[in-house]
Design a protein around this ligand. Structure first.
Ligand SMILES: NC(=O)c1ccc[n+]([C@@H]2O[C@H](COP(=O)([O-])OP(=O)(O)OC[C@H]3O[C@@H](n4cnc5c(N)ncnc54)[C@H](OP(=O)(O)O)[C@@H]3O)[C@@H](O)[C@H]2O)c1
Length: 300
């Protein structure tokens, strides 16, 4: 009996993990095929997460409109995307300059975005500004700037694109939010307040536009791991720092969040919360050990 258990249990476990692996791959392929030819807009496509979202949606065959504040960075992203993709199954992305805090300009940019392909199937609101500091030290001017970037800017863009989705009776609006849109933490008052505001807007919008077959989703990570620029060869101080930083790094990898955004879109999930993953041995937390490949390390 003991011997049989010793023999059968590993086989059984291997079978279950094999089935889980195959299931996950099938779901991943189905998620990707659902995005083929869809017009997908990503605001701040050049951020750590924005770049990964651009990569997964581009590889899935979406027609991308990539928005960002800096033209050179957008062009670098564009070149990086087309250099690794198969041109027979992907589309060349279109680029649009967008500073999400310039609220007065956003309506016109919304029109420019719509003009790229004549419609928008998926709008991913990823752009956001961060700030950290004691509430009393943050000037009112800065508080307003954060509200512009994280609330008024995104809702102005949504208001520019939503009527077209409603008239076509199709579309999806996604918000990359933060868990701080639900919970407050010290020294993040302005940021968390703006994230609470946009979360409230999305919750109401979801109930409002469901009858028009427009889907509204929020993805709220806790902490996203940052990319760090590789030290110059021979820069020992930076190499040592990088070694220790790797050991200390935590948070969800941007590739993981981008894959989750893709799943959220293809499965039309409503609300997704991504807690900090439990600690793993360092080699397991390397993306290469988890079937992820990112062409941007260091970022473009
Ligand atoms: N990082 C995290 O731990 C974390 C956790 C939870 C949720 N999130 C959310 O994930 C999303 C992406 O964050 P991230 O960490 O990937 O960003 P990131 O890598 O820290 O980059 C910040 C980005 O914000 C851009 N930006 C700043 N002001 C802007 C403006 N006014 N208009 C347009 N773009 C502007 C910067 O563009 P330039 O480089 O051109 O200045 C840069 O690309 C955000 O919505 C954030 O709230 C992040």
């Amino acid at each position: 009996m003991g011997f049989l258990t010793f023999l059968i249990l590993p086989l059984l476990l291997l079978g279950i993990s094999g089935i889980i692996y195959i299931y996950r791959e099938v779901v991943r392929l189905m998620s990707r095929s659902a995005l083929k030819n869809k017009v997908v807009v990503i605001t701040d496509a050049i951020s750590g997460l924005g770049k990964e979202c651009s990569r997964v949606f581009h590889a899935a065959g979406a027609r991308l409109v990539l928005c960002g504040k800096t033209w050179e960075k957008l062009e670098a992203l564009h070149d990086a995307l087309i250099s690794v993709a198969d041109p027979s199954v992907t589309f060349t992305p279109k680029l649009v300059l967008l500073d999400i805090s310039e609220v007065d300009e956003i309506e016109a940019i919304g029109k420019e975005i719509l003009d790229c392909y004549g419609c928008v199937d998926v709008l991913i609101n990823n752009a956001s500004m961060k700030i950290k500091g004691p509430a009393q030290s943050v000037t009112l001017e800065l508080d307003k700037k954060i509200m512009d970037a994280n609330y008024f800017g995104p809702i102005t863009l949504i208001k520019a694109i939503l009527p077209h989705m409603i008239s076509r009776r199709t579309g999806q609006i996604v918000l990359v939010n933060n868990i701080q849109g639900k919970l407050g933490v010290p020294f993040r008052a302005a940021y968390a307040a703006s994230k609470h505001a946009i979360q409230g807007f999305f919750d109401c919008l979801r109930a409002e536009v469901e009858e028009f077959d427009v889907f509204v989703s929020t993805v709220s990570p806790t902490f996203i791991r940052s990319y760090h620029v590789q030290p110059e060869p021979g820069n020992w101080e930076a190499s040592i720092w990088k070694f220790f930083f790797r050991k200390l790094s935590y948070g969800v990898h941007p590739v993981e969040v981008a894959e989750e955004v893709l799943r959220t879109v293809s499965r039309r999930k409503q609300e997704v919360f991504m807690p900090i993953p439990s600690p793993k041995p360092p080699f397991m937390s390397e993306p290469s050990c988890r079937n992820y490949f990112s062409p941007w390390s260091p970022p473009v």
